[in-house]
Design a protein around this ligand. Structure first.
Ligand code: ADP
Ligand code: MG
Ligand code: MG
Length: 877
């Protein structure tokens, strides 16, 4: 294979092979933009190296050839003593991983060539500054020396001279630093800094390969869901120098504001500086607009290039550039990252400008971004007392009582309190507490800390690294600036979108986008973001083939789902209708000893059920409402076995309670998830399902009589054999006939056997709805309630799966069952309606899969309906 590509040989579509940086350097080269010459070593070579611990055959030769060609083009050899070619060795994977991997600049300098460089440039200081930078970066990146050794030495040099700025160091100072840095290398790794230019380059290439597996890179990939096996490319680029005096410099720029999407001059520039100085915050940068004053010619050229790039990529680009003595060089570009709001706005702006069409615009925004825009925010933080600023680790606005341990968080949450878990930093033992909390606040750690990563995974609000707060877990308090203290139980508010921490309760409001979906904010209100969301959602709706329904158990949820664009209810659970006050009635049913008792209990329940259904039909008039007959783990309706036993044992129990204990014992299950539930309950408790069906039928009949158009669909849960379904179906049909109402009867497919025998089951079912939560549990053998906290973070860490199968459908396993069941079912009954009603119905990646297997609809929580609509549209484009 071809392991090396000159910049003139690549293009932007070769990101898999050349990485984003290499592909775009090639693209810019071919556009005729001023890019220093260079070449790219492919990701394939990297993968080979990582797998075998050695570079593939032929790579060394290829590098020799491409380096020779580069030397020819530049008219000088790498590290040539009197006039050295210097290069940078830069990482660059397919997906950008900012700051995660390594780059070494000024490769090719040594004790001889530093003089040649000084002479050619007519600048001693510059040459020695470049040399010390090489040793510093090489030492850190290639030799693995802690960067602080070098930084401390640099600080010492400045302090010794009584200056604060590295611009005040002269050639002699840098010469001294080169000696010091070499000493550090010798001391830290027991070898001399390699002075052979080619050896420097080869070692740097390998170090870049290896940086793919640096811990922070691994963590970043997991968080961004970037596959672990892509590898990075390596770019060898002729150096250009921004540190050659005040007519030189280096900068970064965006073609438009990545926060708002507004077009304009956005970026930073730093005179007399190299590479990373701009982002490292070594000196204060100036806004890009000032470059016009400093170097008008380069500025005009840069603006011209930015326009070229926007028109060429038809998107926001970000750019790295360097000016060497008045000559502009482009060092990097890519389609830039942006906030969720900017993504929607930019996509619409580009449609307006005629650069892209609406299909393209919809494909450029994601459901995840829409989720970001739907988080609630603080209404008015102006009056609130802001006590600290941390990092905006996971968006949202959370208010609750401060707690300092995971155990307390769980305890208070169980009592119905909203809590915010405050920790110095979290660790896997805090998982329970994080789940129980409204939000998480830490005083240490950045956006890739445990707290941040886990919180984002859970969609939980998190502010991390609020360093002004001193968390004293043992004393159970936080000491903030100006003597503020937070003790357990004090209410605080945290803003995961801005990183702000407030004392007291800040009122929370819906985001404008949610207000738009709710209909409380209209297009006429002139919010540009809302207009963009409206436009792209409208187009997604027009394009999608999947219908979107909602999971809703109450009329209020149904109504909200309707406002969010759901066309019907895909899952109306009936369990909750038995909880609360009605639990007593369920107990009666379970304890009923004879036919008569049982019927009496059922009769008492029915009017309540009927009322529930009537309200939901009304809220979803004219749209299908799929009602799932009761599927509870039975124990949820019964008192706690231990508690009751103690009561009976101590003689405090009433007669009823004694009888109840017998029943609880009788019904106690070791493994309720796999026990007496779903259709099994309908089979075992005669009359239970019939009561529910007749409540549905009568409610529908009454709605019809009132002039409405109810469309009930009856869904039987947890069917594993067609015989179960036939039995219940016969009973249900009889009830429907009696009331004179028609309703399709279908089943959930949520057990592997049901999926595998779907051809038989379809004989008795008019529709299937995939219950992917249970299907995932039973396919993986994971009890969701038990495994997530117990070991999922470890599994994610080890890469056993990249994302929880409860979050994104496991296409290989569970997806296979869905595919098989869909095919077999439709073979038996070509007009079989197919839907999905698990959590996956609102997950972007899963929605694409459901589109692809040809389901008719997805059903998800009301809040996720817009996400599913958008992703279903994107899937169809
Ligand atoms: P990252 O991916 O972290 O941005 P880069 O490979 O882009 O790393 O390089 C780090 C810095 O060095 C950037 O500011 C870049 O512009 C600069 N740089 C890289 N190669 C060269 C070069 N050949 N000449 C001058 N500056 C360079
Ligand atoms: Mg860069
Ligand atoms: Mg289920």
């Amino acid at each position: 294979p071809k392991y090396v590509f000159d910049f003139t040989e690549g293009n932007k579509d070769l990101k898999d092979l050349l990485g984003g940086k290499g592909a775009n350097l090639a693209e810019m080269t071919n556009l005729g933009l001023p890019v220093p010459p260079g070449f790219t070593i492919t990701t394939e070579a990297c993968r080979h190296y990582l797998e075998h611990g050695a570079v593939p055959d032929g790579l060394d030769d290829a590098i020799d050839r491409y380096l020779a060609a580069l030397e020819q083009k530049m008219g000088k050899r790498l590290g040539q003593a009197d006039d050295p070619l210097l290069v940078s060795v830069r990482s660059g994977a397919k997906f950008s991983m900012p700051g995660m991997m390594e780059t070494v600049l000024n490769v090719g300098l040594n004790d001889e060539s530093v003089h040649g460089l000084a002479e050619r440039a007519g600048d001693e200081r510059f040459a020695w500054d470049s040399y010390r930078r090489l040793i510093q970066m090489f030492g850190k990146t290639v030799l693995g020396i802690d960067g602080e050794h070098f930084e401390d030495a640099l600080e010492d040099a400045k302090r010794a001279k009584g200056v604060g700025n590295d611009l005040d160091l002269d050639a002699a100072d840098f010469k001294g630093l080169v000696q010091t840095f070499k000493g550090i290398v010798r001391e830290q790794v027991g070898r001399d800094f390699p002075t052979d230019p080619r050896e420097q380059m080869d070692l740097a290439v390998k170090a870049v390969f290896e940086s793919w597996n640096a811990p922070r890179a691994i963590l970043y990939r997991r968080q961004e869901r970037i596959p672990a096996d892509l590898g990075t490319a390596v770019n060898i680029v002729a150096m250009v120098f921004g540190n050659l005096g005040m007519d030189s410099g280096t900068g970064v720029a965006f073609t438009r504001d990545p926060a708002s999407g507004q077009q304009g001059i956005y970026g930073d520039y730093l005179q007399n500086a190299q590479g990373e100085d701009v982002v490292a915050g070594i000196r204060n940068t100036v806004p890009l607009a000032e470059l016009e004053r400093i170097d008008k010619r380069s500025y005009d050229e840069l603006l011209q290039i930015m326009e070229t790039l926007e028109n060429h990529y038809r998107d926001l680009c970000d750019i790295e550039f360097t000016i060497e003595r008045g000559k502009l060089w482009m060092l990097q570009t890519r389609v830039g990252k942006r906030t969720a709001a900017a993504a929607f706005r930019i996509a619409c702006q580009l449609v307006e400008q005629g650069l892209i069409d609406e299909d393209e615009a919809v494909s450029r925004v994601t459901g995840e971004q829409l989720v970001q825009l739907m988080f609630p925010r603080f209404a008015d933080d102006a009056k609130a007392e802001k006590i600290a600023q941390g990092m905006n680790a996971s968006p949202g606005a959370a208010v609750g009582k401060a707690v300092f341990s995971s155990a307390r968080a769980v305890e208070l949450a169980a009592q119905g309190e909203d809590v915010i878990l405050i920790r110095r930093e979290t660790n896997p033992d805090d998982l329970d507490g994080m789940i129980a909390s409204r939000g998480i606040l830490t005083s240490r750690g950045g956006k890739t800390s445990h707290a941040a990563v886990v919180a984002r995974g859970m969609g939980k609000t998190c502010v991390c690294g609020a360093e002004e707060l001193e968390v004293d877990v043992r004393a159970g308090k936080v000491i903030g600036p100006a003597g503020v203290t937070i003790s357990e139980g004090d209410v605080i508010s945290i803003d995961g979108s801005s990183g702000a921490v407030y004392l007291g309760e800040v009122p929370v409001v819906d985001s404008p986008v949610v207000q738009y979906f709710e209909g409380t904010l209209s297009l006429e209100d002139g919010d540009e973001l809302v207009a963009a969301v409206h436009r792209l959602m409208t187009h997604a709706d027009a394009r999608r083939r999947l219908d979107v329904r909602a999971n809703a158990d109450t009329a209020a949820d149904a109504a909200r789902a309707g406002r969010f664009g759901a066309k019907g209810i895909g899952l109306c659970r009936t369990e909750h209708m038995f909880l609360g006050d009605r639990r007593r009635l369920v107990e009666d049913l379970i304890l009923a000893e004879g036919e008569e008792d049982r019927q009496a209990a059922l009769d008492a329940l029915k009017p309540l059920q009927k009322q529930d259904f009537a309200e939901i039909f009304e809220a979803m008039d004219g749209q299908p409402v799929t009602i799932r007959l009761i599927d509870p783990p039975l124990h949820e309706f019964l008192p706690d076995l231990t508690e009751l036993s103690v009561k009976v044992a101590t003689g405090d129990a009433s007669d009823d309670e004694r009888r109840l204990l017998d029943a609880v014992r009788r019904l106690h299950e070791e493994n309720p998830m796999l026990g007496l539930r779903g259709v099994r309950l309908g089979v075992v408790i005669p009359g239970l399902f019939a009561m529910q069906v007749s409540a549905i039928a009568e409610a529908a009949a009454e709605q019809k009589a009132a002039g409405r158009d109810p469309r009930p669909e009856i869904m039987i849960p947890l069917v594993v054999a067609v015989q179960e379904l036939e039995l219940i179906r016969d009973q249900a049909e009889e009830v429907l006939r009696e009331v004179g109402v028609e309703a399709p009867i279908g089943t959930m497919i949520e057990l592997p056997r049901a999926a595998l025998t779907a051809g038989q089951i379809a004989e008795a079912a008019e529709f299937f709805s995939f219950g992917t939560n249970d299907l995932t549990q039973t396919t993986w053998g994971f009890s969701r309630d038990d495994v997530e906290a117990a070991f999922f973070s470890r599994y994610l860490e080890l890469g056993i799966f990249g994302v929880s199968p409860f979050e994104t459908l496991d296409v290989d396993g569970v997806g296979r069952l869905v595919r098989v069941a869909a095919e077999k079912g439709r073979k038996t009954r070509p007009d079989l309606k197919l839907g999905i009603c698990g959590e996956h119905g609102g997950d972007p990646d899963s929605v694409h899969f459901f589109h692809e297997v040809g389901l008719d609809y997805v059903s998800c929580s009301p809040f996720r309906v817009p996400v599913a609509r958008l992703e279903a549209g994107r899937a169809a484009i």
